[in-house]
Design a protein around this ligand. Structure first.
Ligand code: AAO
Length: 512
């Protein structure tokens, strides 16, 4: 009986921290603002075959439509109801995507906006993606329904009704985040509505949730809602599987609320990861790659089993959220690829790759005035399809970082090495580093201003390996560089500092 109880507990506990991915898949990609029909196709033609674990999708539920005169990406963070229709597609398109992705071995994680509804200045009418009536001033959302008693207006202690001070945890949780109508999550009725929304998604077959703005919700309220969730759909998941939960909590230190308050519920976004990695790769503030030898908890990050990590996200790649100027993005592709290769080679955390669209940046006094621009769209505001070019890159303004060879191949590298310790750390005391993942993989990075020439212990079995940064293993040969590992595990590496990709990565699944 005791053993059974323990087992049940472990089973439950495992669930919320475990991505429910298929065996051997260890990275998700955020297909920011993609349409459901494009994601379904991408699961079948790219993500499944290349070993991606899953996709974080943009919020699928009804949101306010803001035409001023063009639609900002962030309108999707202003819910109007829990009906599934958005610029990404309809309810039936969402269901079809979940089904096809699951069948391709790729999980769907939903960005769930449960802290709030639309902004207080959202007006009234039916300007919403499914046409539901609402009145922001009167706090009425007819399609849920919510009314004024379901919001925190009476509870917030500031005269503006807004969060004014992040050092006051009551304000952060009970007041409006940038004017967004703050739901009273302690109410049984509100909890029930939110659980109903999430359970509908679970029934459709999603594997888990990103809880947006978790810092702005009391951990006890989130815990209660999570306690109301069904097991995952047994058509796709082992019975008794629990939804994977990752909570967006920005904790760079120095505020009233810390990420650790949320560890008991599920994983938490580790924002220090991208902020610090950006400083190191850009060599700002005296940082060096060699300092990465104790990356992870050694840098004051949360325990690896709690961390959801990423180089950049949809906010901080455009100056929203947090992280600051150090954040690496596709706009600086050389350093971005270096940072991403390190992230995917290193054992810390569960990794998420960003997949973006381009927009016309317009910096005025260091701030991008165009940080609001939505996805590539047609004249009527509908999102443009993701087209695929003959070289595997994307067209129509989509960046598709997850299709860059250097990134895609490191997703495959991570799958090959997960579960094997970081060993054979080497550095030159400056910005040249290397390490093994057991006897499965080895990476070398030269971020110095001079060449790297070194014979290093790889920990790998003897043989000839394809460098998966400069090419692929294809048809029994390497399309890029080859590395010979001797019987003693040692190999010679030469990396020019002038190289566009000053990285070499080899692993046992890309060996001749
Ligand atoms: C839009 C308009 C607003 C308007 C509002 C309502 O832009 O002007 O008032 O509609 O009409 C997104 C957009 C928002 C947008 C919103 C709704 O980013 O611009 O507002 O949709 O359409 C905080 C939250 C965090 C949040 C982040 C953006 O804690 O949860 O702000 N991220 C999520 C989503 C995001 C979304 C929402 C939440 C809302 O990922 O896309 O907003 O659903 C400090 C705090 C952080 C705080 C930041 C920014 O960070 O710690 O908690 O994030 O400030 O306010 C240093 C510090 C660092 C600090 C940082 C910035 O780095 O170390 O801690 O400086 O000050």
């Amino acid at each position: 009986m005791k053993a059974l109880l323990l087992l049940t507990f472990v089973g439950l506990a495992w669930g919320q921290w475990h991505p429910n991915a298929h065996d051997g898949r260890h990275t998700m990609v955020h297909l920011f603002e993609w349409r459901w029909v494009d994601i379904a196709a991408e699961c079948e033609r790219w993500l499944g075959p290349n070993g991606f674990a899953g996709v974080q999708v943009s919020p699928p539920n009804e949101n306010i439509v803001i035409n001023s005169p063009w639609r900002p990406w962030w309108e999707r963070y202003q819910p109007i109801s829990y009906n599934l229709c958005s610029r990404s597609g309809s309810d039936s398109e969402f269901r079809d995507m979940v089904h096809r992705c699951n069948n391709a071995g790729v999980r769907i994680y939903v960005d769930a906006i449960i802290n709030h509804m639309c902004g207080d200045g959202g007006g009234s009418g039916t300007h919403a993606t499914c046409g539901s009536y609402f009145d922001a001033g009167r706090r009425e959302f007819s399609a849920v329904p919510y009314s004024s008693v379901d919001f925190n207006d009476g509870k917030c202690g500031t005269s503006s009704g807004q969060i004014e001070n992040y050092n006051d945890k009551y304000q952060v949780r009970d007041c409006k985040l940038v004017g967004l109508l703050d739901l009273a999550l302690e109410k049984d009725y509100v909890r029930g509505k939110i659980a109903g929304f999430l359970n509908n998604l679970i029934d459709i077959g999603v594997a888990g949730f990103r809880f947006d703005a978790s810092k702005h919700m009391w951990p006890g309220d989130i815990q209660d809602i999570v306690g109301r969730l069904k097991n995952l759909n047994s058509q796709y998941f082992p019975s008794n599987s629990k939804a994977f939960i990752f909570q967006e909590v920005i904790d760079l230190g120095g505020e009233a609320i810390s990420a650790s308050e949320y560890f008991g519920i599920g994983r938490v976004t580790e924002f220090k990861f991208g902020a610090k990695l950006g400083e190191v790769v850009r060599k700002w503030n005296g940082q060096k790659m060699s300092y990465l030898h104790n990356w992870g908890e050694g840098w004051g990050f949360m325990p690896t089993g709690n961390a959801l990590v990423f180089v950049d996200n949809h906010d901080n790649q455009r100056g929203h959220g947090a992280g600051g100027a150090s954040i690496l993005t596709f706009w600086d592709s050389r350093v971005y690829k270096i940072g991403t290769a390190f992230t995917l080679a290193h054992p810390y955390g569960f990794t998420r790759i960003m997949s973006s669209y381009r927009w016309d940046r317009n910096f005025v006094n260091g701030k991008d005035e165009n940080d609001w621009i939505g996805p590539p769209a047609n004249g009527d505001g509908s999102t443009k399809p993701v087209t695929i070019n003959s070289d595997d890159t994307c067209g129509n303004g989509w960046v598709c970082e997850h299709r860059w060879r250097q990134i895609k191949n490191m997703v495959i590298f991570r799958n090959a090495v997960t579960g094997h310790d970081l060993t054979n750390w080497w550095d030159n005391g400056s910005n040249q580093i290397a390490f093994s993942r057991g006897n499965r993989g080895f990476i070398v990075i030269n971020n110095d201003d001079w060449a790297l020439d070194a014979t290093l212990q790889t920990g790998l079995p003897a043989g000839t390996y394809c460098d998966v940064i400069s090419g692929n293993l294809s048809g029994g040969r390497c399309t890029g560089a080859q590395i010979s590992v001797g019987g003693d595990g040692r190999a010679f590496f030469q990396i020019s500092n002038a190289s566009e990709d000053p990285v070499v990565a080899i692993h046992v699944n890309a060996k001749l």
